[in-house]
Ligand binder design. Structure first.
Ligand SMILES: Cc1cc2nc3c(=O)[nH]c(=O)nc-3n(C[C@H](O)[C@H](O)[C@H](O)COP(=O)(O)OP(=O)(O)OC[C@H]3O[C@@H](n4cnc5c(N)ncnc54)[C@H](O)[C@@H]3O)c2cc1C
Length: 371
């Protein structure tokens, strides 16, 4: 009996579980290690903040999926691993060994320079913590006069969070003061100028205050590089990704930042029995942005490759070749969205309907209890 361990219920592992539900692998025990039986979906987080979705609608319940796929689920986090002895240490003290391992553990939020904010800081990742804490923040923002909410981060996540928060507070009748702080390089780097123009125009239209400066956290807000300070009751950080810290001592080959180096088949550079996908990995052959789109699309390739290695098949492993441009649909608060696709951009209520259809479809695909 061989043992395959899947760590994290991330986007790509959902495809592996789905494939297992259709066809188990003979002679293989499969274990999923996840801190939570629910896999929150970041694509629907802005819509949840804005009140378009319930929490249940924005996540996948892994329990029915693992039952259908004959996978044993352990509800715990990996806190350490030794790739050389093929051993994982879990948050509940258990040790789990493996023959093959796949890591889809995502990333955390880079909060360097913000720690002085203490409890005023809420990083967007881990998502589980964000989903738990946002309702309380929203309540305070609605009940406290002049509540100052600051979102820091000029990527798609920061922009969507600022739009969603502003819309949610306005709809609740609060006197909304939402500020978006982006780095000196500006917002939405990597997206076409036309997307940036649309987002900037929308930011102005809804009255979000925008700062474009490097900022560090202070006890009661942010301080900019020119010395100017702003007060914040709460700062939401969407300041980019950082890898999970326990990977440093794992024995796996990592890049300088600490992401797991993988080839085009998502096999790790150092250990052929270990695969890694999604935000936690860095490709050695091509630059790939950390995005849900790639994590989702790698899923079926990973699933096929795991089946191949477990079957001791001589078949060649499959490559995942990222397309040059991915479609990003940025939720704007109300049921309105801006699309970014290479050099093309467009916006409207129909763009939101497209996003809504894609996101609900994703959840439905893996919601085995609702079949
Ligand atoms: C607000 C927001 C909106 C976004 N919108 C988009 C979008 O529209 N399009 C897009 O392409 N990208 C989007 N992204 C980026 C996207 O969220 C990530 O790129 C994507 O989630 C990466 O998927 P993943 O499978 O690597 O990890 P995740 O989906 O984060 O899954 C990782 C899983 O691993 C688990 N895990 C973590 N640590 C451990 C551990 N130690 N042990 C066991 N399990 C662990 C976590 O609980 C989680 O379930 C958005 C991000 C944010 C914050």
């Amino acid at each position: 009996m061989k043992r395959l361990v899947l760590v994290g219920g991330g986007h790509a592992h959902l495809s592996v579980l789905e494939k297992l539900a259709h066809a188990t692998i003979a002679g293989t025990e499969v274990i999923l290690i996840t801190p939570n039986r629910y896999q929150n979906y970041s694509g629907m987080l802005p819509g949840w903040i804005a009140g378009h979705y319930t929490r249940e609608q924005s996540r996948v319940d892994l329990q029915p999926l693992v039952e259908a796929s004959g996978v044993r689920m352990i509800t715990a986090s990996v806190t350490a691993m030794s790739a050389d002895t093929r051993t994982l240490t879990l948050s509940d003290g258990q040790q789990v060994t493996y023959d093959f391992l796949s890591l889809d553990v995502g990333s955390e939020t880079q909060t360097e320079g913000l720690s002085a904010l203490g409890v005023r800081l809420l990083p967007v990742k881990p998502l589980d913590d964000f989903f738990d804490q946002w309702p309380e923040i929203q309540k305070k923002a609605i009940n406290q006069k002049d509540y100052a909410l600051v979102v820091i981060g000029g990527g798609a996540a920061g922009v969507e969070l600022a739009f969603a928060a502003q819309f949610a507070l306005k709809r609740a009748g609060a006197q909304e003061h939402v500020t978006l702080v982006v780095s000196p390089d500006g917002m939405l780097n990597g997206h076409h100028d036309s997307v940036r123009r649309r987002v900037l125009a929308y930011t102005r239209k809804v009255g979000i205050v925008l700062y474009q400066q490097a900022a560090t956290g202070v006890v009661d807000g942010l301080q900019f590089s020119d010395g100017h300070r702003i007060y914040a009751d709460q700062v939401i950080a969407a300041t980019g990704a950082k890898p999970l810290s326990w990977l440093r001592q794992s024995g796996l080959s990592l890049n300088e930042q600490g992401y797991i180096l993988v080839d085009a088949c998502h096999r790790t550079q150092s250990h052929p029995e270990v695969f890694a996908v999604g935000d936690t990995c860095a490709r050695t052959d091509v630059h790939m942005a950390r995005s849900g789109v790639h994590a989702v699309k790698t899923g079926p390739v990973l699933a096929d490759n795991l089946y191949t290695v477990l079957a001791d098949s001589a078949a060649v492993l499959k490559d995942y070749q990222p397309r040059k441009s991915s479609l990003y649909l940025l939720a704007c608060g109300p049921q309105y969205a801006i699309a970014s696709w290479g050099r093309v951009s467009f916006e409207g209520h129909w763009v939101w309907r497209l996003k809504d259809w894609i996101d609900r479809g994703f959840i439905k695909k893996f919601s085995w209890n609702k079949v």
